[in-house]
Write a protein that binds this ligand. Structure first.
Ligand SMILES: NC(=O)NC1=NC(=O)NC1=O
Length: 174
């Protein structure tokens, strides 16, 4: 979709198109609609990131809690959003060996127990080995560090989802 078309959407259409660029958080799209016209996809992404950064930490933790585990319960139940399903397949976490699956489940559980939200990583930029390594190393971080890192990953996921939706010739990827 051309940016000019994006800027012409009313807020219901805008939320319909961009409501899941932050997983299960249409509020993010609803909030930034008022900042149109957007000059390009990067500008739209910057406004979403600014909205997230302005949230209290409870809001940012809430965004993380809206994310499905990698190869977790929702994935096994076939209940991932189409975006998450595609991302998790791209990372190869939907075709794990039983040992890998057990290790991922165990570390995801430890992570949730420690931080109170799921381990989030941009699956399109990390193959399963990097995901398992990231989970292992990030488990040792502080809560503050993991809120920051998790939200950084959410922003990366968001940018790639925006590139799927908005024509962006000439705009370099982030
Ligand atoms: N817990 C997660 O990191 N989930 C995900 N990362 C992605 O890139 N897509 C997901 O569903």
């Amino acid at each position: 979709m051309q940016v000019s078309k994006v800027n012409a959407l009313d807020y219901e259409e805008f939320i319909e198109v961009f409501g899941n660029v932050i997983e299960h958080c249409p509020l993010c799209a609803a909030a930034v609609w008022k900042h149109r016209p957007f000059s390009d996809v990067r500008h739209l992404h910057e406004e979403i990131c600014r909205f997230i950064d302005d949230l209290p930490v409870a809001g940012r933790e809430g965004i993380l809690r809206c994310h499905p585990d990698l190869a977790g319960r929702l994935a096994r139940a076939g209940q991932l959003t189409k975006e998450s399903k595609r991302e998790q397949e791209a990372a190869g976490v939907t075709s794990l060996t039983p040992e890998e699956s057990q290790r991922l489940d165990s570390m995801n559980h430890s992570y949730r127990e420690k931080f109170g939200f799921p381990f989030v990583i941009c699956a399109r930029r990390n193959k399963k080995e990097a995901i398992l390594e990231g989970l292992r190393t990030r488990l040792n971080n502080s809560l503050e560090a993991e809120v920051e890192k998790g939200i950084m990953e959410v922003k990366n996921i968001c940018y790639l989802r925006l590139l799927d939706l908005v024509d962006h010739e000439g705009v370099e990827s982030r």
